[in-house]
Design a protein around this ligand. Structure first.
Ligand code: UDX
Length: 435
């Protein structure tokens, strides 16, 4: 099957490479000629474990190609996926669909023969109808079926999430597309991954509802953590105790500094806006957004409190900048708000992150960067763990103590146990557990 992926960013590149690995003939398209040249030269513009090898293998096998040429790649395709960005629109939180609509027009101008057009990008309910309207207006002769097929990929685990999905959701209103989408996902279908067919609007809402529910679940355990600190309970044990209930489940119950990333913040806001537009407000998600935003700054105040209430002239080492491990993505990372709170209070911040520092330098001013955890800790009055990278899970406390100005650790990801850190003579603060 010939598949064209419009948009070679995080979703388009991973999805294209995985479809090629299924044996399909895939062309990834992007307007950014530099990005396409880099991809042709085997350079992957994003950090995603395993993606470079997957791309190289499929390019070598002749199943994966890169181009800026939309007309040719659309004309030859059986299926065209729209995987372009849908960022939050400046100022009002709605999803910016200009790239999606632009892609729809260009596909309509070049499509030939029956072609299934798929919105893979996360798009508000009703976007599929709008894409179809734009395409039919642009080219009334176009023989197309517009389908919704949202992705559920986690950064840092995207290839595994694509190849071993909990489910594949396909929203269609044209039965001809069912056979094509079944063929596209045939290798997964054979592996018993549930292929859920529904309508386009239901499929679009499933994506937002899924991310919003996950964001809600994280925010719930974060609020439980705050309560645990007040009542003297342990949030990790609360999470375990409720997570053993099959109706709740153990995942996404890790208390931390708040969620970030390129999806939860954007998608929760977009769902809130859509719900308000349809006069059916989702108050639980409105509250989730507000609680999560407040939490990130509250974590900065937690650090200030842990070092005695005043950080003026103090050096604080921040370990972890990215919004989660195994990515270089800094979008809406809690580290940004934590560091801002600390520098606003007069602290000098030195940060280290295994992958995120290049992106962090573009986003955070007025701090220093070190090339490893121990360098960052030199002369520091406290070490703060913001992102749970594996390399922060077995720090040498004795070595930290010799280089630091004071043995103080604030662990916003509960990587360590309070008793083990106390044994090393550290003052230790974490999330939702008695210090
Ligand atoms: C998420 C969804 O998981 C994925 O299905 C969707 O397609 C895109 O958005 P992603 O944003 O890459 O994926 O990361 P995820 O692993 O979900 O974490 C999101 C945020 O929640 C991170 O900031 C993470 O640190 C935080 N988180 C996650 C917690 O604080 N606690 C948890 O238990 C889990």
């Amino acid at each position: 099957m010939k598949i064209t992926m419009i948009g070679s960013g995080y979703v388009g590149l991973v999805s294209g490479a995985c479809f090629a690995d299924f044996g399909h003939d895939v062309t990834c398209v992007d307007k950014d000629a530099d990005k396409i040249e880099a991809l042709k030269a085997g350079r992957i513009p994003i950090f995603e474990p395993g993606l470079d090898g997957l791309v190289a293998a499929n390019v070598a096998a002749g199943r994966l190609a890169f181009t800026t040429d939309i007309p040719t790649s659309v004309r030859e395709a059986d299926v065209v996926f729209i995987a372009v960005g849908t960022p939050s629109r400046r100022g009002d939180g709605h999803a910016d669909l200009s790239y999606v609509h632009g892609a729809a027009r260009e596909i309509a101008e070049n499509v030939s023969g029956f072609t299934v057009v798929v919105t893979k990008s996360t798009v508000p309910v009703g976007t599929g109808d709008e894409v179809e309207r734009i395409m039919r207006e642009t080219n009334p002769q176009a023989d197309i079926a517009v389908v919704s097929n949202p992705e559920f990929l986690r950064e840092g685990a995207a290839i595994d999430d694509f190849k071993r999905p909990d489910r594949i959701v396909v929203g269609l209103d044209d039965e001809r597309a069912r056979a094509v989408m079944t063929e596209a996902y045939r290798p997964l279908y054979l592996n018993q991954a549930p292929l859920l067919f529904t309508t386009r609007r239901t499929s679009e809402l499933i994506k937002y509802a899924s991310n919003a529910f996950l964001a809600l679940k994280i925010t719930f355990i974060n609020e439980m953590a705050d309560l645990c600190e007040k009542v003297g309970a342990n949030v990790q044990e609360v999470a375990r105790g409720i997570g053993l209930d099959g109706r709740i489940g153990p995942k996404f119950l890790h208390a931390g500094p708040g969620y970030g990333g390129s999806c939860f913040p954007k998608d929760t806001l977009a769902l809130v806006k859509t719900a308000q537009d349809y006069d059916s407000p989702v108050r639980l998600i409105e509250t989730t957004v507000a609680v999560n935003d407040n939490r990130k700054r509250a974590m900065g105040r937690k650090v200030i409190h842990a070092v005695g209430g005043d950080v003026r002239g103090k050096r604080i080492a921040v370990l972890g900048l990215t919004f989660k491990p195994n990515t270089d993505d800094m979008r809406d990372s809690p580290a940004i708000a934590v560091i801002q709170t600390l520098t606003d209070a007069g602290a000098a911040v030195i940060a280290y992150d295994p992958e995120g520092m290049d992106n962090a330098r573009k986003l955070i001013e007025g701090i220093d960067f070190a090339d490893n955890a121990y360098r960052a800790a030199e002369g520091a009055d406290a070490v703060v763990i913001v992102t749970e990278w594996n390399q922060f899970r077995a720090l040498d406390f004795a070595r930290l103590k010799t280089v630091m100005n004071a043995p103080v650790m604030i662990d916003l990801r509960n990587i360590y146990r309070p008793d083990e850190v106390a044994r090393h003579g550290f003052s230790y603060t974490s999330v939702g557990r008695a210090d």
